[in-house]
Design a protein around this ligand. Structure first.
Ligand code: 4AD
Ligand code: MG
Length: 486
């Protein structure tokens, strides 16, 4: 009878002692003596390794020599209770097959702690480390939970385009998409590049957001969400920015700003709770890893809570809801503002908030997640709904940003301007070409209604849930300025 491969996660859970099993995976470490070798085997199904016990007399010296860190092997044997500490079961090997050797002289992943910077350079191999295995499993779990959350609530997943001809969103610099020969682009009579000859017969870019098309779908389907890659060519080389990142964008007909805030808060709590419920082993590993790192930090840099405490705190506390105007007053009177510790001092109403201000509000002042709303019209996008009855010069829009500890902005959203005349006026003010946006404007001409939505930066969520410090470490193959390897 041919044995089918069992996943290590299943064996550790069900512990079918004395049964013959076949496992396959990558060797993490091998230690032991002349008489016996202990092999830590991992197959990616769990953070935990299965201990393989190999007797050179049974397996053969030649084969055992090839069992080195990074090698891929198949092992047959009968599962036994473990005599050693650290594991309940182990697998005494009857047979080991070497599926793929890994030359110890050149295999870059040694069984020791590597820096994240180094692991980024070998991003093709980092899925084989405990930390990145945990992160990618959590990334998967969060993807699944996002679809589940919306499906449970009757939201439809809509696939919005990746290539777009509109640049109206203004959320960031765009990457151009073209099939023109850049060495010899065709030119028109005025000597300008003739995009009529380009693939789409007009200039096109990679999208910065699926929102505008999401709105079209919501104005017929009711409640929808998009979950796709978005692209921003900003040269912001920070630990919070990627040039290619994934965004979740729900859009809901009949929702006003408060409904939008309620949804955003319950969405984030649901996702964090899902991670606590379904990723316990991986989170425990990351929690301990972070505690280890804390030991090397200076006192003022140490976190007040552990990763697990932070996650539990989020699900069990209400987010603070604060208007922009209240926040400006808090910031203006704050210690770092008075002592000129902020890089950008807050003086006047209307100032855009920097991440230092967002983090002060969340981490020092309110000590919980904050939803900031009703921002000045001048610093927000054209599509946000203009609030009525405000004094000239202090006009606001029904925008909301959710700010998280250690992260800053994790969600940005708003109620949308559904009134055709007000939208047109705002577009004129902001110099947004209306011809290009005829389809967007049509939704305000035909059967318009109040609606709202927001965008969650998926990698920012993962930063929070995994406790990692750099956004390059929560996406398998990060795209950042001057980096598109792999
Ligand atoms: O605030 P943003 O720019 O909002 C929008 O794009 C709206 N169209 C969303 C909507 O209302 N449907 O981006 C939304 C979120 C931010 O809050 C942040 O979490 C994340 O996307 N984000 C980035 N994440 C990684 N790298 C970047 N360069 C990011 N820029 C924004
Ligand atoms: Mg934003």
């Amino acid at each position: 009878m041919r044995l089918t491969r069992a996943k290590i996660s299943l064996l550790l859970k069900e512990m079918p002692l004395d049964q013959e099993v076949l496992v396959k995976g990558w060797v993490r470490t091998k230690r032991g003596s002349k008489n016996v070798a202990f092999i830590a085997l991992n197959d990616g199904s769990t953070i935990h390794n299965l201990q393989i016990v190999a007797d050179p007399n049974t397996i053969g010296e030649e084969t055992l020599k090839k069992v080195t860190s990074g090698a891929c092997i198949a092992v047959k044997g009968k599962l036994a209770a473990s005599q050693g500490h650290g594991q309940k079961i182990e697998l005494p090997a009857d047979e080991i097959e070497i599926l793929g050797e890994a030359d110890p002289e050149t295999y870059p992943l040694q069984p020791k702690k590597h820096s994240f910077e180094f692991l980024r350079e070998i991003a093709h191999l980092r899925p084989r480390t405990s930390t990145f295995g945990a992160i990618y499993r959590i990334r998967h779990a969060m993807t699944f939970a996002i679809h589940q959350f919306f499906n449970e609530r009757g939201f439809y997943n809509v696939h919005t385009p990746i290539i777009t001809a509109s640049d109206a969103e203004g959320a960031g610099e765009m990457f151009q998409v073209t099939t023109l020969d850049l060495n010899q682009p065709p030119r028109n009579e005025e000597g300008e590049i003739d995009f009529k000859q380009d693939f789409f017969a007009k200039p096109t870019n990679l999208t910065v957001s699926g929102q505008l098309e999401g709105e079209l779908a919501a104005m017929g389907l009711g409640e929808i969400y998009t979950f796709g890659p978005t692209f921003r060519a900003e040269n912001s080389n920070t630990s919070r920015h990627l040039a290619e990142f994934w965004m979740v964008e729900p859009e809901m007909a009949f929702y006003e700003l408060k409904d939008n805030m309620d949804l955003a808060e319950s969405f984030l709590k649901y996702l964090v709770q899902y991670a606590l419920d379904h990723c316990a082993d991986d989170l425990e590993f990351l929690n301990n890893r972070a505690l280890d790192e804390e030991k090397n930090k200076k006192k003022e840099e140490k976190s007040e809570m552990t990763l697990l405490e932070r996650l539990n705190f989020i699900v069990s506390n209400d987010f603070a809801r604060v208007t922009y105007t209240e926040a400006i007053n808090v910031l203006r009177n704050s210690k770092p503002n008075k002592k000129k510790k902020f890089q950008y001092l807050i003086e006047d109403w209307g100032a855009d908030l920097q991440s230092e201000h967002e983090r002060f509000l969340v981490e020092k002042h309110f000590k919980r997640p904050v939803i900031l709303y009703n921002y000045p019209k001048s610093i927000k996008a054209f599509y946000m709904r203009q609030n009525d009855g405000e004094e000239p010069g202090k006009e606001t829009v029904a925008a909301m940003d959710v700010l998280f500890p250690g992260i800053g902005e994790i969600i940005g959203g708003s109620q949308r301007e559904e009134r055709h005349d007000r939208l047109i006026a705002r577009m004129e003010e902001a110099d947004i070409p209306q011809e290009e946006m005829w389809w967007y404007l049509d939704t305000r001409k035909f059967g318009t209604t109040p609606h709202s939505g927001f965008g969650l930066g998926f990698e920012r969520l993962l930063l929070f849930v995994t406790g990692m410090g750099n956004i390059r470490d929560v996406i398998p193959f990060p795209r950042t300025p001057e980096n598109a390897e792999f």
